[in-house]
Design a protein around this ligand. Structure first.
Ligand SMILES: [Zn+2]
Length: 112
């Protein structure tokens, strides 16, 4: 499955094929792009609020991989795919709720 390289500075996403390298630089500004899951749907370029949310999530280790969370009030331990937040306020709750996963991702990303 492919992934996306995203320039958080220029707010653009590039679809990549699996063999293309990480740490690619943005053709527009030359900054190192962020390696993100193919699940990531880039907001419109003008939507600064959503991009702010994306930056916040990335800074906390969330690159839009699937995350599973328990379904509330479900005694069978069933899980569902967590929905990524679109506002900073929701993102703060999300990061708090999935803190351990975020920390694990950050650790993993440092080792690459
Ligand atoms: Zn750029």
């Amino acid at each position: 499955m492919g992934h996306k390289n995203v320039c958080l500075n220029c707010k653009i996403a590039f679809n990549m094929i699996a063999t293309e390298v990480r740490d690619a630089t943005c053709p527009h500004c030359g900054k190192v792009m962020t390696y993100m899951s193919y699940n990531f749907r880039p907001p419109r370029k003008s939507d600064n609020t959503k991009w702010e949310t994306v930056r916040y999530l990335v800074a906390h280790g969330f690159i839009y991989n699937h995350i599973y969370e328990p379904i509330p009030d479900n005694p069978n331990g069933a899980t569902r795919t967590a929905i990524y937040p679109e506002t900073l306020r929701e993102a703060k709750e999300f990061v708090e709720k999935h803190k351990k996963i975020g920390e694990r991702y950050l650790e993993y990303q440092r080792q690459l």
